[in-house]
Unconditional design. Structure first.
Length: 386
């Protein structure tokens, strides 16, 4: 399989080209490489050197999807029969492809695909192979510079989504702050992807703090009188007292009352130590804040977390709420969860309400509050206010 197409920006037309055949020292598969000279200015100085990306795929299907992506971006590549693929490309171009390339691979494929990038180009040698990584590792490391740039340039904000009274959706009870970031080209990046990258490249604590501060700042700017739900990632917090001190300092400086702030624990089922998590929540409660538990749904672990953590609010898992009015299995689980929470004195929030049927089910079965596109859209993101 071979393709030669006009490059995106890795080389202008007419630049010198030569070809070389290399062999992977491990598989002995031979690959034809097309070389292009690096771009130079009018004085002959190199503007951007061409690096060389080597990819070894676990399956032909995985390779085919990546080849399709390269064709979409009109990038030159050469490959031989088998799983070896090589691309001569500037780092600035490759960096924009790291995310899309990761998305066309399954989780297992990303772990099993092997990658090596030589920033200055050149052929493989035995000494290169200790630096070969899985594509999953390569993507996270590569994107750490991308995330660091977002944090350093403060290209992030929080939008506010209403949480309404189920019996009267026109009445807003609270607003949840949802974190957003912005690419340099203006595209908005959702929080879930940001936290995935941060978790993989060691920036989770810093991102979590930035998200909390952004949430508090957004609520202060909007001057809404309702409660504010702020997401809290337990795995990002090693020192509860120090983290709380930073958060309280900002809350007090902006004049928000502690009783108006609810810290919503996300991914509590992934918390490494339930004792640590219980201590963390106790620290926040002692400072006058309330606590919510996110994504409560099916299974013993969810109900056990209610007993162990005893939050002020629980949010029904949105996957459980979606279509609950049409699915008797979801309905049974959701109804029992609401009943247990109500008996324990915990207020319930149906999260992910999108249809009138889901809202009516939540109303009929005692969910005190509701949240979702069907009852209130998030505000529009506004960047550049930090």
């Amino acid at each position: 399989m071979s393709s030669t197409r006009p490059p995106l920006c890795s080389a202008p037309k007419g630049c010198p080209r030569t070809s070389t055949i290399i062999a992977d020292p491990v598989t002995q598969r031979r690959t034809l490489i097309t070389h292009r000279s690096a771009r130079r200015d009018s004085a002959g100085e190199v503007i951007a050197p061409l690096g060389r990306l080597y990819l070894w795929f676990p399956t032909e299907q995985a390779m085919a999807r990546v080849v399709g992506l390269l064709r979409q971006h009109t990038l030159d590549f050469e490959s031989a029969e088998g799983d070896a693929l090589v691309i001569d490309v500037e780092w600035s171009v490759l960096r924009e492809l790291v995310g899309p390339m990761r998305k066309v691979l399954t989780h297992r494929e990303a772990e099993d695909t092997r990658v090596l990038y030589k920033p200055a180009g050149g052929t493989l040698s035995i000494s290169d192979f200790p630096t070969v990584k899985s594509y999953a590792q390569f993507a996270l490391v590569s994107q750490s510079t991308w995330l660091r740039d977002i944090l350093d340039t403060h290209r992030f904000t929080s939008v506010l989504q209403p949480i309404v009274h189920t019996n009267d959706p026109t009445r807003i009870f609270a607003r949840e702050a949802l974190f957003r970031a912005q690419e340099r080209d203006g595209n908005v990046v959702p929080a879930q992807y940001l936290f995935e990258v941060a978790r993989g490249c060691g920036l989770l604590t810093e991102l979590d703090l930035a998200a909390r501060e952004s949430a508090i700042d957004a609520m202060s700017r909007a001057r809404h009188p309702e409660l504010l739900f702020v997401n809290l990632t337990p795995s990002a917090i090693d020192d509860p007292l120090a983290t709380l001190a930073n958060t309280v300092q900002l809350i007090d400086r902006l004049g928000l009352l502690h009783e108006r702030v609810v810290f919503e624990v996300v991914e509590s089922e992934h918390a490494p130590d339930i004792v640590h998590l219980r201590g963390l929540l106790a620290t926040y409660r002692d400072a006058g804040f309330r606590v919510a538990l996110d994504d409560v749904g099916a299974g013993y672990s969810s109900l056990n977390r209610l007993h162990q953590l005893r939050p002020d609010f629980v949010k029904l898992d949105m996957d459980l709420v979606r279509g609950v009015d049409r699915d008797p299995y979801k309905a049974l689980i959701a109804r029992k969860t609401i009943e247990i929470a109500t008996e324990l004195g915990i207020a319930t929030i149906a999260e992910g309400v999108e249809t009138p049927g889901e809202l009516e089910w939540a109303r009929a079965h005692g969910a005190e509050f509701s949240q979702g596109f069907g009852v209130g859209m998030p505000s529009e993101p506004v960047f550049g206010q930090g």
